[in-house]
Design a protein around this ligand. Structure first.
Ligand SMILES: [Cu+2]
Length: 457
């Protein structure tokens, strides 16, 4: 299976119309915003090239400290380092400050070996927020995040060797990643400034991101140039789409503590609906922001029955460290993440470790990498005889290493979209016991186009 992208077969068989869907969302929106250039649009990284003052807030109207506090959030109540890029378009309507962000990739992936596959797919998300003062010390914000992956990732999956988590057509996904829900987020924040450096915030989200784990990979600064999911997703940040999320937080100076209650089940296969259930799961997270370049968190949570087809609950613990700083007129961003799941059904503790970075070597030229070690015990879930035999000779859990290196180059195709073309390549390490099923040296590759809403400057 070579990386032959433009063969005749590929051109005929691939559903290129899928390109159109995320664009259909992004292009008209960005065209509208581009006309509004005068009073909108600051780019967090470019608006503060000297990095001495604080980023994306200029150009906003009537923005209180509580409002600025809310502006720093990337997904739910999780935050990238303050100096991370936040490519958002800002507009104001009366007393409302609104922001718009969007990213879409069109990807051709090829994965080697007996369990590999290839596919054309398009991960994407689009987010809008509207913020309003609420009293002299408070601010209210509503967030809506949408994804069309349920349409642009056909067959309820895209191939990704060694990936596990959730189901497709009633069968656990193995060597494949699920699409995200149409309504990825629908949440409401209220933040109140108690003192000079003290804020309390409340977040309620029928669909949202509880206080557990780092910023999820689709929104993480260090993962911006990698379209594919992390193998650690269900160890670290898979709760970014959860239902009935209630989070209360308090921050003082460089520390922030948050606690959440939420419905623990992962999204079902119907990605178009909003699910609901009892608030049966909880999490807590402590953040430390030593300065604008660093963010660190530790968090833990209990997820009641997260997987539809697996008995038992999960106790998840995560810790992560994130660093961003200006470089080459862009931003260099890195993350170091650990996540562990304890299953109450199997009593196994499974660990995951991730290092990830995107380095601008020149303006508009990014080298990116991601290295992961993940303990997987679900790779043979759909093949019980093989699973039982491996369990006798080797054990239940296989430590997989994934080593990805990639490059993206910005090309200027559209005035209102940051367009880039890129590629990445992954090699894997795996125990000898499972090499008969994956090959000795499984590899994967992706070639992609990336579109991101460009703030007009
Ligand atoms: Cu996800």
């Amino acid at each position: 299976m070579g990386l032959i992208i433009l063969s005749r077969k590929v051109l005929i068989s691939r559903p290129y119309f899928l390109f159109a869907l995320p664009w259909a969302l992004l292009i008209p929106a960005s065209a509208v915003f581009a006309q509004d250039a005068d009073h909108s649009a600051q780019h967090a990284d470019h608006s503060a090239p000297d990095a001495q003052h604080s980023g994306p807030h200029t150009g906003m109207t009537d923005m209180s400290p509580a409002g600025m506090f809310l502006m720093t959030l990337a997904s739910g109540t999780a935050a990238n380092p303050a100096s991370s890029p936040m490519p958002m378009v800002m507009m104001h309507f009366g007393k409302w400050n609104t922001t718009f962000m969007g990213t879409a990739f069109a990807v051709d992936t090829q994965q080697s070996g007996p369990r590999g596959a290839d596919k054309f797919y398009a991960p994407n998300w689009f987010m809008a927020s509207a913020q309003h003062r609420a009293g002299p010390k408070g601010s209210f914000e509503a967030d809506l995040m949408l994804s069309l992956e349920a349409a642009t990732v056909t067959d309820r999956r895209y191939p990704l060797l060694f990936q596990t988590g959730e189901t497709a057509y009633g069968v656990p996904l193995v060597d494949a990643q699920h699409p995200h829900n149409f309504i990825m987020g629908l949440g409401f924040h209220y933040t109140h400034q108690l003192g000079d450096d003290t804020f309390v915030d409340a977040y309620f989200a029928p669909v949202g991101d509880p206080a557990l784990g780092p910023v999820a990979f689709p929104h993480r600064a260090s993962a911006m140039e990698l379209p594919q999911a992390t193998l650690s997703h269900h160890w670290q940040d898979s709760t970014h789409i959860a239902n009935e999320v209630v989070t209360l937080g308090i921050s003082h100076k460089k520390l922030k503590f948050e606690a959440s209650g939420f419905y623990g089940s992962e999204p079902g296969e119907n990605r178009w609906i909003i699910e609901s259930g009892p608030i049966n799961s909880w999490s807590a997270r402590l953040w430390f922001f030593p300065n604008k370049n660093w963010a660190a968190q530790v968090s833990a949570g209990k997820l009641v029955r997260p997987e539809a087809l697996e008995p038992g609950d999960q106790v998840r613990a995560t810790a992560s460290l994130h660093y961003s700083r200006p470089m080459q007129g862009e931003i260099w961003s890195s993350s170091l993440i650990w996540g562990r799941n304890h299953s109450t059904a199997t009593h196994r503790d499974l660990n995951s470790y991730l290092v990830e970075s995107v380095v601008p070597i020149r303006p508009g030229n990014f080298i990116t990498g991601r290295f992961e070690l993940v303990d997987k015990d679900e790779l043979f879930r759909t093949q019980p005889e093989i699973e039982a035999r491996l369990d006798r000779v080797y054990g239940s859990t296989f430590r997989i290493g994934a080593y990805t290196i990639g490059f993206t180059r910005d090309i200027q195709l559209f005035r209102s979209l940051e367009t880039g073309i890129g590629a990445n390549f992954s090699a894997y390490s795996l125990p000898a016991a499972i090499q008969p099923y994956y090959g000795q040296h499984p590899v994967g590759g992706n070639i992609f186009i990336r579109f991101r809403l460009r703030p007009s400057s």
